[in-house]
Design a protein around this ligand. Structure first.
Ligand SMILES: [Zn+2]
Length: 349
């Protein structure tokens, strides 16, 4: 399934509806069984770029689940760089059992974004942006204006800052680079990945005084050979998507969770010698890997700095957080999980 498409003409509503229905099959919703899919459009000078997104639940940290609109947005931010402004977004949402053609009233529901997503999307809109609900049966709502959907929203005014501009290169150039080098299986040396980190990936930061994660960007190599980028995406109300969650969300949208197995983690951070992954990031990567995989660290100006492994990162993490008494238990449990417990069954291609 495609997570990204580009076209010189706008996709038809029929194309969008079919894509939204297909994306529902990749929603990762073991808890709620409520499937949300999204297609987001960015209009550039000579073309349209579209990203799909699905909702991804996290059983241990409900707060760290990803909604479909958030997923599509961070995919676009990770491959276009700079400040993504979307022109249109379409949303389909219903219990996973509802299929097109059903007589159930939920098959005719025209869903709109939840409050969480309205707040996030607001940081990436302009006065022309429109939001559309699409039913499983194919009906489409009128265009909604986010400023009316979330009046008196929290904004830059509340932090007394101006909108941050982080664009490092042209979106078209960056997207072409992504399409040519990373959208198909390939082999990349650390210097090539560093070039991508330092020249192309652009995290969306509210303001340098409000950075919430030391990891600016990540590149996950999957066992199927694909490389999936992710960047830190902040919105004005700090409903932030961390880079690792952005990349996992992208991988699940594209391949479906049962085909996502992480083989390598490449991290780009301000100080590669200090950084330990958060417990939720470690658990998420561990959830989508079947063995102790390498973790590579990069730093601005320096390039590739050092290599570690997921278990060594866990040891560092729990040693720092809890001291030497309890960290052995935590790491022992982490290692035991790798050996005994496969929470995700990886399907073979
Ligand atoms: Zn939402």
């Amino acid at each position: 399934m495609l997570a990204l498409r580009q076209s010189h003409q706008a996709l038809s509503l029929s194309d969008i509806t079919i894509w939204l229905r297909d994306l529902r099959q990749h929603c990762y919703i073991a808890q709620s069984h409520y499937a949300v899919s999204c297609v987001m459009e960015v209009k550039l000078a000579d073309r349209y770029i579209y990203a799909g997104g699905v909702n991804v639940e996290n059983s241990e940290h409900n707060r760290l689940g990803i909604h479909a609109e958030q997923n599509a947005l961070v995919i676009l931010q990770s491959v276009l760089g700079g400040n993504v402004t979307f022109s249109r977004v379409w949303i389909m949402a219903a219990p996973e059992s509802i299929q097109a053609g059903s007589n159930d009233p939920l098959a005719d529901n025209l869903p709109l974004s939840c409050g969480h997503c309205r707040q996030i999307l607001l940081s990436f809109t302009d006065s022309e942006s429109g939001v559309y609900g699409v039913s499983c049966n194919g009906a489409v709502s009128q265009a909604y204006d986010l400023n009316k959907m979330l009046p008196e929203a929290f904004s830059e005014r509340d932090l007394a800052i101006t909108k941050h501009k982080s664009c490092v290169t042209s979106p078209i150039e960056m997207f072409s680079h992504y399409e040519n080098n990373y959208s198909d299986p390939a082999s990349h040396a650390t210097d090539v990945i560093f070039m991508y980190f330092s020249n192309l990936l652009a995290p969306h930061i509210i303001n340098t005084q409000f950075i919430t994660s030391p990891i600016q960007a990540v590149m996950l190599k999957l066992t199927n050979g694909f490389y999936i980028p992710g960047v830190l995406v902040q919105d004005i109300a700090f409903l932030t998507t961390d880079a690792i969650f952005a990349a996992i969300g992208h991988a699940i949208t594209r391949f479906g969770a049962s085909f996502v197995e992480v083989a390598e983690v490449h991290l780009y951070c301000d100080d590669a010698n200090e950084i330990a992954l958060s417990a939720s990031e470690l658990k998420l990567i561990r959830h989508f890997s079947q063995q102790n995989i390498p973790v590579y660290y990069y730093q601005p100006a320096l390039g590739f700095v050092r290599e570690s492994s997921l278990i060594d990162v866990a040891k560092q993490k729990w040693e720092e957080d809890f001291g030497s008494n309890s960290f052995f238990n935590e790491v022992a449990e982490f290692e035991r999980n790798f050996l005994n417990d496969s929470t995700v069954e990886i399907a073979s291609n």
